[in-house]
Design a protein. Structure first.
Length: 401
């Protein structure tokens, strides 16, 4: 569902999905107005009577729109409980039902016109209150209103099939509308929670890698730095006493510092030396772990020289990092490696969810350009329509070499 929503609305998929849900409330109100217009057109009565029903029905539909939108915001936790609107909407519904019963009782409309009148009213009332209130409270209110409208119809003479029509709306259609409205709110909340979970997962993946790297550095440097500090302090004391052993202690400090330097190089070698195959596999793994569909085409990767593989591996690593850290709501990433004629190799990385600027702050793309320039390579980035970020690396390479 989350991928479908993001494809529907791009990086702003969850927000746009919420706007669609809010707009659907107006659709139900428009549907209600259409039903009342049909009822007015088919009912034989005076113009004043039909006008009073039409005006009351339009006001009822407008209140439904306002309450439906407020109810959805409250359900999603973005607004207070619209208690006054619920009271106003319930009052308007009962008043409209009472108007229809009075018109039948006074002979201004025929008895056959009342069943569809009450049928629509019972069916369309249930949604907004059920969404705004708790499940128990909404069910109780909808039941009370439905029973009241049905009792009103029976009081003015509805019997048999006519009364069964209204009872059917109260028993079957009102619960269906209530469930439909709550399901709409639930789907919006689910999509937004999935989007938030994806962002959290991405941040956790980056944080986990930082912690691992920090832990490795601590394991390597912690003991050595402690020894350096102790031996340096000892050397200072020996120098103050004029002891010749101070020189030996400083040589030991120098040796430990050189050993630490070599150990640090071994720790960060995986970060400073990028293997293309490893980076492509790692990119697929970390992106899919973050909920981003990743498609990779390795093309001539196995035939490339080691220096070009290393440079392209860095490009894949940087592009993957940018997707995780800077792409908002990314759902897909395509990595394609291919030859560009006989004289060059191309790496193309394309993902959605790009920021407004093609190269947002905090990216490592400037450093990547410097690394590629050593191989006469180029890097081109652009933000295409629909929030698509396109990165292209071109490095000279003779395919038949």
């Amino acid at each position: 569902m989350n991928d479908w929503v993001e494809r529907l609305g791009g990086p702003d998929g969850p927000g746009r999905y919420r706007r669609y849900a809010l707009g659907s409330v107006a659709y139900f109100a428009l549907f209600e107005v259409g039903l009342w217009a049909l009822w007015v057109a088919q009912t034989d009565s005076s113009a004043a009577t039909l006008t009073s029903v039409a005006v009351s029905a339009v006001l009822h539909a407008l209140i439904q729109v306002v309450l439906g939108r407020a109810a959805l915001r409250h359900y999603l936790g973005d607004g207070p409980l619209p208690a006054r609107l619920i009271v106003l909407y319930t009052t308007a519904t009962l008043a409209l039902a009472a108007l229809g019963c009075v018109l039948v009782a006074t002979g201004r409309i025929g008895e056959d016109s009342l069943p569809p009148y009450l049928f629509w009213l019972v069916m369309l009332y249930a949604g907004p209150p059920a969404l705004a209130l708790s499940r128990g409270g909404g069910a109780a209110l909808v039941a009370v209103v439905s029973v009241s409208i049905t009792a009103g119809g029976a009081a003015v003479g509805l019997r048999g099939t006519q009364l069964a029509l209204v009872v059917g709306a109260a028993v079957f259609l009102a619960p269906v509308m209530a469930v439909a409205f709550r399901a709409s709110g639930w789907s919006v909340r689910l999509v937004e929670e999935l989007a938030a979970a994806r962002q959290t997962q991405t941040r956790l993946a980056v944080a986990e890698e930082r912690l691992r790297f920090g832990r490795d550095l601590h394991d390597v440097l912690g003991r050595n730095l402690a020894v350096v500090a102790l031996k340096s302090e000892l050397a200072v004391q020996l120098v103050r006493r004029g002891r010749p052993e101070a020189e030996e202690q400083m040589r030991e400090v120098q040796r430990i510092a050189q050993d630490s330097q070599r150990e640090i190089r071994s720790v960060v070698r995986g970060y400073r030396t990028a293997d293309l195959h490893t980076e492509l596999a790692g990119a697929r793994s970390v992106l899919e772990a973050a909920g981003i569909t990743c498609r990779i085409e390795e093309g001539p990767a196995a035939r490339l020289p080691s220096d070009i593989q290393a440079a392209l591996g860095w490009a894949v690593r940087e592009a993957t990092t940018n997707v995780l850290r800077h792409a908002q709501g990314a759902s897909r990433c395509n990595v394609s490696l291919r030859t560009a004629g006989p004289g060059a190799v191309l790496l193309v990385v394309e993902n959605d969810g790009a920021p407004e600027a093609a190269e947002g702050p905090g990216t490592g793309l400037p450093g990547l350009r410097e690394r590629l320039s050593a191989l006469n390579g180029t890097l081109v980035t652009e933000r295409r329509p629909g929030g698509v970020f396109h990165l292209t690396v071109r490095i000279p390479w003779e395919a038949d070499a």
